[in-house]
Design a protein around this ligand. Structure first.
Ligand code: NAD
Length: 263
């Protein structure tokens, strides 16, 4: 199926590793001008950037910005729009996790999780929306989570932020509906990214069990497939949602979670 994304300008926030990197790579493969982002200095991402630039013909660039900082987000979006004259696709992917019982949850951790996961999606959407309205075309995708649909203990900030992203995305979908703009939320279950890989090691130490047992008995217990969701599966869904084949899919929170939220 042709997705016809050549020439579209796409920003993927938090795209130097894991899911964001997979989505950036897939959009580059589809011919988008792809803007990658993280809070890391440019010299730390030259490897990953040149690897993608060698593989794909389209323009790929990196723009550093702290997605917890509204001013930095404003400058990021202004810079992109003034350089490329357009931003067609916005993927809000940057995210962090903090695990703690509510009574011990540090205020600064709560705020940081809201800022990076949820508030950044509001600020990027607000800045990208006028140009999309003007051109009558836009695609906004929030990488939410199965935790945007159901809760788990000890993840108060993350579950709240991911539920919030789904609310924000539904409103955005309604406001964009008559203007060729869609907004959808992808809700993955567990994906084996560097972040989750580190959690496996941590859990193995705490529980004094092997990595295999952590994966089988702790991480994949909620996922009926008993398999991690693959980054490429999420990237393929994101690319499809960006295409005109998905023009009538908007305001949807789409689980890609091996059946987790079907229970
Ligand atoms: P990851 O740690 O591999 O990637 C996170 C990315 O965000 C990195 O590029 C990191 O540099 C960037 N980032 C972190 N803080 C930032 C900041 N302040 N400013 C800009 N960039 C920042 O994690 P991942 O697992 O690929 O997660 C990506 C998204 O997918 C997150 O929103 C996460 O909540 C969501 N998600 C992940 C899983 C999973 O199991 N891995 C499941 C559901 C949803």
């Amino acid at each position: 199926m042709e997705l016809n994304l050549t020439g579209k300008v796409a920003l993927v926030t938090g795209s130097t590793s894991g899911i964001g990197l997979g989505i950036a790579e897939r959009l580059a493969e589809e011919g988008c001008t792809t803007i990658m982002n993280a809070h890391l200095p440019a010299e730390e991402v030259t490897g990953v950037l040149s690897e993608l630039a060698e593989k794909y013909d389209g323009e790929i660039e990196y723009r550093q910005a702290d997605m917890s900082n509204p001013d930095a987000i404003g400058k990021l979006l202004e810079g992109i729009i003034s350089h490329h004259q357009q931003l067609d696709i916005l993927v809000n992917n940057a995210g962090v996790q903090v695990v703690s019982p509510i009574q011990d949850f540090k205020n600064e951790d709560w705020e940081n999780v809201q800022d990076i996961n949820l508030n950044s999606a509001f600020h990027t959407t607000k800045a990208a929306f006028p140009g999309m309205l003007k051109r009558g075309w836009g695609r906004i995708i929030h990488i939410a989570s199965a935790h945007g649909l159901v809760a788990s203990a000890f993840k108060a900030a993350y579950v709240t932020a991911k539920h919030g992203m789904i609310g924000l995305g539904k409103v955005t979908a309604l406001e964009g509906a008559e203007h060729g703009i869609t907004c959808n939320m992808i809700c993955p279950g567990y994906v084996l990214t560097p972040l989750v890989d580190q959690q496996i090691d941590d859990q193995a130490k705490v529980h004094k069990i092997s990595r295999d047992r952590v994966i089988a008995e702790i991480m994949l217990t909620p996922q009926p497939t008993k398999k991690f969701v693959q980054i490429e599966e999420i990237a393929a869904l994101a690319a499809f949602l960006c295409s005109d084949h998905a023009a009538s899919i908007t305001g949807a929170a789409i689980p890609i979670d091996g059946g987790w939220t079907a229970r």
